[in-house]
Design a protein around this ligand. Structure first.
Ligand code: HEC
Ligand code: HEC
Length: 246
């Protein structure tokens, strides 16, 4: 397979790793099936715009909240995007557009993006270096111990699998589907778990996070979020290197 995906216009897309390219193709097919009719109708002109490099102006829209380097803004609850798996980012943008992940700030912006822009933005953010600083202070001992236990070992009596079982050792994420947990703020992590509990986020594959969220008490959620936010991300996440510019 060639390294340049057929769905990518040379002006807007970086060369892709062969595996990554086939995932993008698959993703593009899923997008084509799931986008509303209006989006398909306008896709022709939007693709032309993407080919002319409009993904870059689109990214300047995102910078206002997600930061110049995609580092996020923990005080405001805007998540980090840098270094997230490209497929995961694209899936979330689709979810905001479709309403399976409810957010009044992201919904209008995601709806305005073409499939081509979503793929280009997902790759641009995925290729940025993840943040290296911890997001928050280490919580008090009892809370830190509970948080660490849930993250590393889970709570089998309560039916909670360890977070790292899916999100990778150290919580660095496993592309394409499991986002990193470290490098996100405690407030954001807590808000997502609450969103799965109350159903405002119901986009996760096989209800994996919904099931876990329902089993986490408020104290569990606060402890695991605070402990995760206090972890220092590693300098690089080799798992996502396939999406990086070489
Ligand atoms: C006005 C502020 C704002 C702007 C501008 C903005 N976002 Fe967001 N974004 C948010 C907020 C708030 C969330 C968290 C939503 C939630 O809690 O579910 C978010 C979440 C996301 C997520 C989910 C991340 C994750 O870890 O699941 C993605 C992907 C994303 N934004 C992409 C973008 C892109 C691409 C742009 C530019 C086209 C953009 N955002 C512009 C506020 C913004
Ligand atoms: C069985 C697998 C599995 C386990 C165990 C798991 N997760 Fe997840 N988690 C997922 C998947 C899959 C997603 C992505 C959902 C989506 O595509 O929207 C996710 C997403 C998340 C997100 C959203 C991140 C973002 O950027 O928006 C948070 C926060 C999260 N998980 C926290 C946790 C915590 C805390 C634990 C441990 C208590 C945990 N997860 C355990 C599968 C798992």
């Amino acid at each position: 397979m060639k390294t340049q995906s057929a769905t990518c216009k040379p002006a807007s897309c970086q060369p892709l790793h062969a595996g990554q390219a086939s995932r993008v193709l698959r993703l593009a097919m899923v997008c084509a099936l799931s986008v509303p009719l209006a989006a398909i109708v306008t896709a022709g002109s939007a693709e032309a715009a993407t080919a002319a490099g409009s993904a870059v102006p689109a990214m300047t829209t995102c910078i206002a909240c997600h930061g110049a380097k995609g580092e996020g803004n923990s005080a405001a609850g805007y998540p980090r995007l840098a270094g997230l798996p490209a497929d995961y980012i694209a899936a979330q943008l689709q979810s905001f557009a479709q309403g399976t992940r409810a957010n009044s700030l992201m919904a209008p912006m995601a709806k305005a993006l073409s499939d081509g822009q979503i793929i280009a933005l997902a790759h641009d953010y995925s290729s940025l270096k993840p943040p290296v600083a911890a997001y928050g202070p280490m919580p008090a001992v009892a809370q830190a111990e509970l948080g660490q236990r849930l993250a590393e070992r889970g709570d089998w009596a309560a039916g909670i699998a360890s977070c790292f079982r899916c999100h990778g050792p150290g919580g660095v994420g496993v592309a394409p589907s499991f986002p990193p947990l470290i490098g996100q703020s405690a407030g954001y992590i807590e808000a997502q778990i609450k969103a799965w509990k109350d159903g405002s986020r119901h986009n996760d594959p096989q209800d994996l996070m919904h099931t876990i969220a329902l089993r986490l008490t408020d104290a569990d959620t606060q402890a695991v979020a605070a402990w995760l936010a206090a972890q220092k991300p590693p300098a690089s996440t080799p798992r996502h290197a396939s999406a990086q510019r070489h």
